[in-house]
Design a protein around this ligand. Sequence first.
Ligand code: NAP
Length: 247
Amino acid sequence: MAGVVIVTGGGRGIGRAVSLGAARRGYSVLVNYAGNAEAAASVVGAIRAAGGTAEAVQGDVAVEADVLRIFEAADRLGQLAALVNNAGILTQKGRVDETNVDQLRRTFDVNVIGSFLCAREAIRRLSTRHGGKGGSIINLTSVAALLGAPGKNVDYAASKGAIDSFTTGLAREVADEMIRVNAIRPGIIDTEIHLSGGDPGRVAEMRAQIPMKREGSAEEVANAVLWLLSDEASYVTGATIAVTGGR
Ligand code: NAP
């Protein structure tokens, strides 16, 4: 048995594809969601219908008490094997000189603090230093961290820049504790994040700038996540895989 994987934001988009793919590979899946209970329930239903094990748990990754509750729910499912730090937000677009401080704080709270808190709880369970048996952590960064998203989402890009440094540092910190830490860098992926970021036309608008001339799918990102989770990636840590169609 592959053990338990926690997928934050596992009810929609990339997280949904990761949850379904992980279940197909034998993981018990803890599907975390923030507000969309119906989407998370649909993922859990699909996994159970296929004979797998899954549980949905509401929780805001930016809230420490919620993170503790998410991990307690995972503990009830079995031995933790992996964490996919997927939950992320893209708030309304705007320039830096139009910055709204609440929006800025929320972006960093969810995208950065949330990933740190979840990683902390995962390490406390996985690390040989804490009596664990090892495992894997995957962070979702973005091509925006390299491009900066000027005029639109510099806040989001900077939060993902923090995830890049976090991945490098954490990977080296726990490399000899049997934990591999890696990241996936998606480009333009066809999910609802563009709509919630106030830019519903973004995917169509960006298509021409992508060398492959098309957006990626959530499943194409999930495939890279699942490879990094697997034993096939046993000597890979501190790495970031770009899933960008060449961008
Ligand atoms: P999405 O379709 O908007 O889904 C986001 C998921 O995150 C939802 O399940 C949502 O929960 C959850 N979530 C949001 N805030 C949360 C919070 N505070 N606590 C717990 N869960 C929370 O996004 P996506 O496109 O799949 O993106 C997934 C990850 O990939 C993000 O980290 C994103 O930054 C990154 N990424 C995406 C793209 C892209 O083009 N799509 C590109 C680069 C990087 P509910 O369902 O309950 O709302």
